[in-house]
Design a binder for this molecule. Structure first.
Ligand SMILES: C[S@@+](CC[C@H](N)C(=O)[O-])C[C@H]1O[C@@H](n2cnc3c(N)ncnc32)[C@H](O)[C@@H]1O
Length: 287
């Protein structure tokens, strides 16, 4: 596998995904009872935005760097965007890492409570070692080396009976990853029907992703939605035109809130005005 998330860390898709991740964790935290968080594709956890890969791609400058700077001057941002900026700021202070960016596992570790529990899985040995180090001892999220899809089957259902599963594959093998990610949703629901499942996907050609979403909806008998934010027209040849995530069993009012914050986020990104966003309500039909 050649994929290194360090080239993409903090890009517009990471921001979109991480605001959503935090909003989902916060929704679960409306209840005192603890929950389980599983990150099946965790990455290395900590990314130097001034480092070689990030500088080479320049993606973070147009994503997290632009958004965090814009949020500093905004008087009343959406609460979800404010929470994102506050959590990244707190992690940077705690980790003494003013110019670094936290991945999904570290963002979760930053906000999980004493009664919550997290597991983050990474398959590449070097990335896993970095993740383990970045999480450190005593973190509320523990790192596991292995295949996230296998670990998903082994770890669900969680003893807490409440939880969030984040599935965030690299899509290096685009078709294969779309297939495996959809299969992971089925595996998760078979074991943990009421769990919240968030699955990130790239929007390259909207016709392909729309077909995939429709097929997923046809096979999942649970409430489900998708949220998409794109920075180039969704059928342009730019490569990664947009960022999308499916949420199965979305928390109460999550879709409405998501519509509001992703519209605002779209305006804060440094991509000109070529993009847009949408919420797709997917009605699951059968299993
Ligand atoms: C998009 S990155 C993850 C980014 C991370 N979730 C975040 O938001 O900060 C995908 C990661 O999945 C890892 N990976 C690929 N296949 C995997 C598998 N089958 N199981 C676990 N990790 C895998 C890759 O090495 C890469 O680090």
């Amino acid at each position: 596998m050649k994929y290194r998330h360090a080239f993409h860390a903090g890009n517009f898709a990471d921001v979109h995904k991480h605001v959503a991740l935090l909003a989902l964790l916060r929704a679960l935290q409306r209840k005192d009872k603890g929950f389980f968080f599983l990150d099946t594709h965790a990455g290395r956890g900590r990314y130097a935005l001034g480092g070689g890969e990030a500088r080479a791609s320049g993606e973070a400058q147009e994503g997290a760097v632009a958004v965090l700077a814009a949020l500093r001057n905004r008087s009343e941002p959406a609460p979800e965007l404010l929470d994102y900026a506050t959590v990244i700021g707190a992690w940077r202070r705690d980790a003494d890492a003013r110019h670094d960016y936290p991945g999904s596992a570290l963002i979760a570790a930053q906000v999980l409570r004493g009664q919550d529990r997290g597991v983050a899985v990474e398959v590449q040995p070097g990335e896993f070692e970095a993740l383990r180090k970045a999480l450190g001892r005593g973190a509320r999220v523990s790192a596991e080396h292995g295949d996230g899809y296998q670990r998903l089957r082994a770890l669900l259902p969680p003893s807490e009976r409440r939880g969030l599963v984040l599935v965030d594959p690299p899509y290096e093998d685009t078709r294969g990853d779309f297939r495996s990610a959809a299969a992971a949703v089925h595996d998760a629901l078979e074991r943990f029907e009421t769990g919240v499942i968030a699955l990130w996907y790239p929007v390259k050609d909207a016709r392909d992703t729309d077909r995939w979403l429709a097929e997923l909806a046809r096979r999942v008998a649970r409430p489900m939605m998708a949220a998409e934010l794109w920075v180039h027209p969704p059928d342009s040849r730019a490569g990664l035109n947009g960022s999308g995530f499916v949420v199965v069993n979305p928390p109460f009012q999550f879709a409405d809130r998501c519509d509001a914050w992703q519209r605002e986020l779209r305006r804060l990104l440094a991509h000109g005005d070529t993009g847009g966003s949408r919420i797709v309500s997917l009605v699951g039909e059968s299993r």
